[in-house]
Design a protein around this ligand. Sequence first.
Ligand code: MN
Length: 231
Amino acid sequence: MSYVFEPLQQASLAVRGTTDRFPVRRIFCVGRNYEAHAREMGNDPSREPPFFFTKPADAVVDTPCTLAYPTLTDDLHHEIELVIAIGKGGANVAEADVMDHVWGASVGIDMTRRDLQADAKKTGRPWDMAKGFDQSAPIAPLMPLRDVPSVEKGRIWLAVNGTLRQEGDLADLIWSVREHVATLSRAVTLAPGDLIMTGTPAGVAAVVPGDVMTGGVDGIGELEVTIGNRA
Ligand code: MN
């Protein structure tokens, strides 16, 4: 057997403190997982079941980096998020067992074409082109779980050109990591290499070419991402 062309290189992310790479299989993202952000997007933050959307695996970019400003948008937004990396697959994982499936954690930005997302919401169309574009998931080097202090509390923040825009705490997640990963594992069979972007706190806003975003989750990681010229 041979392939009709050489398979693409495996998408991957840096691992902190080593030259090893984490192979990325899929990227799942949780919507509306902080109360104040659900409100700022015009939604009722009551505990509706968590919902998910996806980005392609090769949307990941190591940080620090410069992202080309994407096509088709005039309203590119930042969403700073805790990222969970799955190391052991499974379906119907119990909440109590979720951490046995987690390889590590990091911090990333769910870059969003907000104007396309608003159109998609209005017309009932998919979010894919609003969320899953090229380079839409810059992520800091992953931290192995043994070094992660907590995925249940810790300040999460993002600044643009040194001005704080987003700030929250993992303790404010509407659906905790244990809860939303267990829920996700009932929808799909989790596999090693899957990433989960766990939702963003309030303060999402637009960036323009030349802006420098810095952000982090205390104890887990920090990142710096520059917005480059239009693609
Ligand atoms: Mn998001």
